[in-house]
Structures are given as structure tokens and as C-alpha cells.
Write a protein that binds this ligand. Structure first.
Ligand code: AP5
Ligand code: MG
Ligand code: ZN
Length: 213
């Protein structure tokens, strides 16, 4: 199964991706996570990406497309994959279609998580992530049993540096201008499925499961 998760910052892509990859056993390919790992390791790609991410701007297409192309050439994607946060521009979507076309495959479903823009800032600003295992929490909507500590592995929770009000607001505008046009792009191929992301996390996932059945 080859899937794309689409939705604005804070829609719940990462949260649902974690559920999807566990149930369907797919590699989770998050371009945001790949950039953050590169920043942590101090690579050149990380340094270049950080300048854009800190402002809530998109990393240039040329840097992103090559990265994803390389990732999709790995053997583990033969069973399928879950793309989270890619594509984000029409250029990226066309590049992905071309790459998959060359591999003789195509996307099966685009899951579009729709959330009222008014809740997005609160969701992102309250997000906390485990340093050790990457599990995602929210201080009010999905709190861990003990503040600042991961339920799954007891790791320490941290806040992403781009999860402040100003940067999140810019990420939302960038989404509206550059990524939202992908909805129409994928409507043309009839592969897009709209999911109400304002529901509880479990209910959002059960709606996704219905699409993937
Ligand atoms: P990226 O890491 O992809 O961030 P994003 O798209 O801004 O999305 P988020 O990760 O913020 O939100 P999410 O939808 O995953 O929400 P989550 O599940 O965590 O990208 C970061 C940056 O990298 C970009 O700004 C850009 O610079 C760069 N980049 C990445 N990919 C790129 C690309 N392809 N091209 C160019 N640049 C790229 O949930 C959020 C919070 O809400 C959590 O606290 C969660 O617990 C809570 N929550 C989730 N679901 C619910 C629910 N149903 N009810 C209540 N709370 C919920
Ligand atoms: Mg995410
Ligand atoms: Zn953890």
C-alpha cells in the first residue's frame, strides 16, 4: 500500500502515521523527521534545511525531491510506504508521480486530514515529543501520565523549535498558499479521501482504517 498523508501543520499527520505504520507495517517517511534528524547529526543538508524550517518556510524543492527519491529506492519500500509531509508543492507531487511511474507503481490513497484552522496553533504549540522514541503528546489533548515523561519509554519530552505561535502561523500560511492546491491535484486522479481531523485521535484513525480496508 502506497499512501500520502496530507494536511496542515498540527492536523495530526504524524499522530495518525504512527497508528497506520503500526497496523499496516509500512515504512514511515516523514520529510520533516528526516530534516530534524539531519539537523541533530549536524549534516550539511540539516544546516541548509534549518534556515528555512526555523522561519516556517518550505525547504527548496530541489533538496526535498532528491531526498525522497533516494529514500524510495530503498528495498523496504517494496511493500509500500506512508509519506507524511511530502509532497508539499505541485512540483513535488509531479516529481513523485514521475519517480513512481519509473518504478512502475503509483499512489493508492491520499488521506487528507481536514481541521479547522483555528485549532492548529493550539495543537502545535501544545505538542510535546519524546526525545527517545519520537512518540507525540499534547499538553491538554493527549497528555502523558506524568508531565514531561513519555508513557511508552520514560524518555524526556521536548518541544519542537518551530512550534511557537509566530512560526506556526507562518507554516499555516505557507500550507494555504503552497500545499493546499494539492487537494485539487489529487482530486483529479480520484485518489483523495477526506477525513475529519477534529474528532478524537482514535475516531480519526478508525475513519482512516475504513478508507484503507
Ligand atoms: P513537518 O515536520 O512535516 O511539520 P508540519 O507539516 O508543519 O506538520 P506537523 O508535524 O507540525 O503536524 P502533524 O500534522 O504531524 O501533527 P501531529 O500529529 O504532530 O515539517 C516541518 C518543516 O520541515 C516544514 O515547515 C518545512 O520547513 C520542512 N519540510 C518538511 N517537509 C517538507 C517538504 N516536503 N517540502 C519542503 N519543506 C518541508 O499533531 C499535532 C499536535 O496535535 C500533537 O500535540 C498531537 O498530540 C495533537 N493532536 C493530533 N491529533 C489530534 C486530535 N485528533 N485531537 C486533538 N489533538 C490532536
Ligand atoms: Mg508531523
Ligand atoms: Zn518515548
Amino acid at each position: 500500500m502506497r499512501l500520502i498523508l496530507l494536511g496542515p501543520p498540527g492536523a495530526g499527520k504524524g499522530t495518525q502515521a504512527a497508528n497506520i505504520v503500526t497496523k499496516y507495517n509500512l515504512p514511515h517517511i516523514s520529510t520533516g523527521d528526516i530534516f530534524r534528524a539531519n539537523i541533530k547529526q549536524g549534516t550539511e543538508l540539516g544546516t541548509r534545511a534549518k534556515a528555512y524550517m526555523d522561519k516556517g518556510e518550505l525547504v527548496p524543492d530541489s533538496l526535498v525531491v532528491e531526498l525522497v527519491e533516494d529514500r524510495l529506492s530503498k528495498d523496504d519500500t517494496q511493500v509500500g510506504f506512508m509519506l507524511d509531509g511530502f509532497p508539499r508543492t505541485i512540483y513535488q507531487a509531479e516529481a513523485l508521480d514521475a519517480v513512481l511511474g519509473n518504478m512502475g507503481t503509483s499512489i493508492d490513497h491520499v488521506i487528507n486530514i481536514v481541521v479547522d484552522p483555528t485549532v492548529l496553533v493550539e495543537r502545535a504549540v501544545g505538542r510535546r515529543i519524546c526525545k527517545n522514541c519520537g512518540a507525540t503528546y499534547h499538553v491538554s489533548f493527549n497528555p502523558p501520565a506524568e508531565e514531561g515523561v513519555c508513557d511508552k519509554c520514560s524518555g524526556e519530552l521536548y518541544q519542537r523549535s518551530d512550534d511557537n505561535e509566530e512560526t506556526v502561523s507562518n507554516r499555516i500560511s505557507v500550507y494555504t498558499n503552497e500545499t493546499a492546491p494539492l487537494v485539487e491535484y489529487y482530486e483529479k486522479s480520484g485518489k483523495i479521501r477526506t477525513i475529519d481531523g477534529l474528532q478524537d485521535i482514535d475516531k480519526v484513525f478508525s475513519d482512516i482504517e475504513k478508507v484503507l480496508k
